[in-house]
Design a protein around this ligand. Structure first.
Ligand code: BTN
Length: 252
């Protein structure tokens, strides 16, 4: 059934869409130079699905969306590469809202609903000089899976949130609509609108929260004040000082 939607997507956006029943990782397939701007590879299951920080991405066969898209944001400075991640996160949150799921973004790029993770993004960038040349955007979105491995900390899905079965193809098509709109803002360098919308949907933004420094016993209360275009998270400590954290430097 999803194939019909995929064919429509390919025709509407004049892109190459490859559907696979099984593959190690869609991020690896779409890396092939035959795939150009906005082309997509989608798989019903991945045997070596990758997550952030070297984690494995688990997804029940045929229930969810696991796909990767190629983008060529050559206009984006390498030091602002996190703007692409913000753009993708926003397109996902927009899509979920359309299907009745109110989601937030957990820095750097997890999508959460009521404290549970519904989607993850893995972006692998190629950089040439001081610009991005090619980005592989991998997305895992839990759509109709209802039972998860107890080892996963706090998963959820669109179906668990809404109580209904969701048409995966319709979700993917709507995601492309939102991605086109959000990506156009990035191309048009409407950076502040992307930044504002990202902050607006950011979990724990401007509210005191407990943070932990990985591999240490340090725990402190702080408030997220902003995320820089580089991806650095700026947290205000209780003594009023501001400190920036990179991806692996802080947990919450
Ligand atoms: C995360 O939250 O850790 C990121 C998860 C990203 C998973 C997707 S599924 C499609 C693409 N292929 C992969 O191997 N990973 C990404």
């Amino acid at each position: 059934m999803i194939q019909k939607h995929l064919q429509e997507l390919a025709e509407q956006y004049k892109i190459k869409v490859t559907y696979l029943t099984e593959t190690p990782s869609t991020n690896d397939v779409v890396r092939d130079p035959v795939y150009k701007e906005a082309d997509m590879v989608i798989a019903e299951t991945q045997t070596k699905g990758r997550g952030q920080r070297g984690n494995h991405w688990e997804s029940e066969k045929g229930k969810n969306l696991t796909f990767s898209i190629v983008l060529s944001p050559a206009f984006l400075a390498a030091q602002s590469q996190f703007m692409l991640s913000e753009t993708i996160s926003l397109a996902l949150v927009d899509t979920l809202a359309h299907f009745g799921v109110e989601a937030q973004i957990k820095w750097p790029n997890d999508i959460y609903v009521d404290g549970r993770k519904i989607a993850g993004i893995l972006i692998e960038n190629d950089i040439m000089g001081d610009r991005l040349s090619r980005s592989i955007v991998g997305i895992g979105l839990n759509v109709n899976q209802r039972d998860f491995s107890p080892e996963l900390p706090n998963p959820t899905s669109m179906s668990l949130v809404t109580g209904t079965e969701i048409d995966r193809g319709a979700v993917l098509k709507y995601f492309y609509v939102r991605l086109s709109i959000r990506y156009a803002a990035l191309v048009g360098e409407y950076m502040s609108s992307i930044q504002n919308d990202y902050h607006e949907r950011l979990l724990y933004f401007e509210m005191p929260h407990t943070f932990k420094i990985p591999d240490s016993t340090t725990v402190f209360t702080g408030t997220i004040r902003r995320v820089e275009p580089s991806g650095t998270l700026i947290v205000e400590r209780e003594d009023g000082t501001l400190k920036g954290y990179l991806f692996k430097e802080i947990e919450f």
